[in-house]
Design a protein around this ligand. Sequence first.
Ligand code: NOJ
Ligand code: CA
Length: 551
Amino acid sequence: MQKLGSKVIYQIYPKSFFDSNGDGIGDLRGIIQKIDYLKQLNVDMIWFNPFFVSPQKDNGYDIADYKRIDPRFGTMADFEELVAKLKEINVGVMLDMVLNHCSTEHEWFQKALAGDKKYQKFFYLRKGKDGQLPNNWQSKFGGPAWEKFGDSDYYYLHLYAPSQADLDWHNPEVRKELAGVVNFWRAKGVHGFRFDVINVTGKDELLADSTDPIEEKHLYTDTPVVQDYLKELNRNSFGQDEDSVTVGEMSSTTIANSIAYTKPEDHELSMVFTFHHLKTDYKDGEKWTKAPFDFMSLKQILLGWQEEIAQGGGWQALFWNNHDQPWALNRFGDTGKYRVKSAQMLGMAMQLMRGTPFIYMGEELGMIDPDYHSMDDYVDIEAKNAYKMLLDKGYQADEAFAIVHSKARDNSRVPMHWDDSKYAGFSTVTPWLLPTDQDRINVKKELSEGHIFSFYQDLIKLRKSEALIQDGMIKGLLKDDPQIFAYERTLNGQRLLVLCNFYAKSRQLDLPASWVGQTGRVLLANDACAWTEVPTRAEIAPYEAICFKAE
Ligand code: NOJ
Ligand code: CA
């Protein structure tokens, strides 16, 4: 069994990390060239978003060949060299397994289209009903979840883009092929796997109509059979490696399911990504809206999940950012005067909780959403569809644009800022997506005079040196405080207190009675706090973050 609490994982979106051959697209050799940078953070593993052969209709989440590297990212030899070079610095590789669906350009789909019965059973092919689609399910990227299957009477199911056909996991042949994909990469020395939208693989076989969007989700999300599939996949692939690390992407799953998927004795996954905390700036549960975040609900979700999952023996991935989310600094921090302090504060609030932290490339620089002014600047299919949908709903163009600006996935897909040059040192030519804030935020500047990267280094060092952070239980504190996010970690009589101010104004408050008078020291802080004893009452400065250990 892996000691998951001692690990920190870094996420690289290969298309945007570093372009080594001047075509505007990041690539594997670009990552190899930046290994010294990665080494300085001292992370344990890198999760790479997909770089497999793909028509890129959904930026690589539409895979046409699971066992080949897309030439725009490099070759298999580049990949092998990357794995070897990372191994030299003790960094493992986590690959993105997009096994719920494949591209319609995949050989399986093409054979199915050509009439091969075996491969037709790989997909959900259904006849229309009375001139209508097979059911009323909606694609998560907008529009119906069904598309005509060639010129037959059939339709195929796609929960995502029409170019991403859902694979029918009920078919054991499909599951066997997919375990084979995982094993192919294991044989290349890969021990980490991130499973894309893995909890929608057990669709209700009847594929019945739904009465509303919530019920619809229940018809294809977290059905009990998903756990059987995961146990089987574990047994037949990654579970055979002592040191495997796996994470299932489960956007809207429940606490009980998260525990069930990750309890070590059940041999399913190491941990899950859930996104409830990243929906606290949705208005009425709707993503394509613009609203300030709801601090009380953010706090209640993060800490409530932490406590219950710890008690149930499950494990969580801890993260603010990824390639599907606008930057956390724009949402929960400050992009102006307090950019540095709020980035440090968010880093501490997240990383000292119980679980395995994931850091998304650029987060350690305090990157922010790009300053785009036109829909032409965006590339993502989801953003383009959302803009149209908002106009159809009656929004004015400027309102629709403002929403897309704050919610688009392209926000975090912007190329990594290496320096302040025209293309941010990412490429010598116009990149596939334009950087806008590199004059203020870039690696060169951050490493020479910044304070976020070094704070992240300290956070990682702290996790690796404190068993309390790795294994301790967690309890939320000051639950009713409207500004302060606080928790304690405990292990064998040791205690750690974390206090974070989520606002640009200072806060006077009474400290938790169970901590008042406790002596010890501050392990890390982003302000001048030097307590040797926890006071009864204190003033916590704007975006201040304090980690205090009782001694
Ligand atoms: C989740 C991925 O993170 C996202 O980028 C992708 O569009 C969907 N799954 C579909 O694969
Ligand atoms: Ca390139």
